[in-house]
Design a protein around this ligand. Structure first.
Ligand SMILES: *Cc1c(COP(=O)(O)O)cnc(C)c1O
Length: 241
């Protein structure tokens, strides 16, 4: 008989605690080395394909921010989550699905078009709230479907800043796999440039970049929110997106 390490038993989740401690340690070191000890870098636990029991264990050990990729999956899991962590949506978001998450997430990191922003704004208005968002930048200018092109970012932010119930709080990037440091630095420069522009209603607080394989490098280039899946919960068994 094979032992299922995913059994609903807290002792089997010990590796998550070990991983989390290591990530915290590395983040502290990278901060001290590249930013300052007092700067804040948020550690997000990316939850795709991960069972709610494991997610709650991570929360019990100090994780305060979850990242959700898929609307369907999130809806099926959210009621089981410990409510002491905040949730950001980080996956590609179709306009017609905004309504399913607008009241549950505290921030949407994947805004990359005026159309999507307008729908978020409309629903936020209907629900009497201001929705915080990040602009997802396609920093590698890959032919991938999500993310606004680097050169179109400022224009998009200017347009979104006109909308009353949506607030741009920063940028999110998923640099191409195996990219060099230049992409991180390009993002950092864009972030600082937009911050210096002081666009009305826009605050450049969050630079979300860095995942399991490159979070320390991302911190070196100004990231203050790292999104960690594999390094925290282990390899995903199925879909990777
Ligand atoms: C899956 C995912 C991550 C985490 O990736 P890992 O390499 O497993 O840490 C981060 N950001 C986004 C947008 C993701 O989809």
């Amino acid at each position: 008989m094979t032992v299922d390490p995913l059994q609903n038993n807290q002792y089997n989740f010990q590796y998550i605690l070990e991983n989390y401690k290591e990530i915290c340690y590395n983040v502290e070191n990278a901060k001290a080395k590249y930013q300052s000890e007092s700067s804040e870098v948020q550690i997000m636990a990316v939850t795709k394909t991960v069972e709610p029991e494991k997610i709650n264990f991570a929360i019990s050990q100090g994780v305060r921010l979850l990242g959700e990729n898929r609307v369907q999956e999130y809806i099926s899991k959210k009621d089981q989550y410990d409510s002491s962590a905040q949730v950001h949506f980080i996956g590609h978001l179709q306009t017609n699905k905004v309504k399913y998450i607008i009241n549950d997430v505290s921030l949407i990191q994947s805004v990359d078009s005026v159309k999507l922003a307008a729908e978020i704004n409309r629903l936020a208005q209907n629900n009497n709230k201001i929705m915080d968002v990040l602009i997802e930048v396609n920093v590698g200018n890959e032919l991938s479907k999500s993310g606004i092109g680097y050169g179109d970012c400022v224009g998009l932010i200017n347009e979104i800043s006109q909308l009353e119930n949506i607030k741009v709080k920063g940028l999110m990037a998923i640099p191409p796999i195996g990219c060099g440091e230049e992409e991180f630095e390009r993002m950092h420069e864009l972030f600082e440039k937009i911050k210096a522009d002081k666009i009305n209603g826009v605050s450049m607080d969050v630079l979300s970049m860095g995942m399991s394989g490159d979070y320390e490098l991302a911190i070196k280039h100004g990231s203050n929110l790292v999104r960690i899946g594999t390094k925290l919960f282990g390899a995903r068994k199925y879909f990777g997106g």
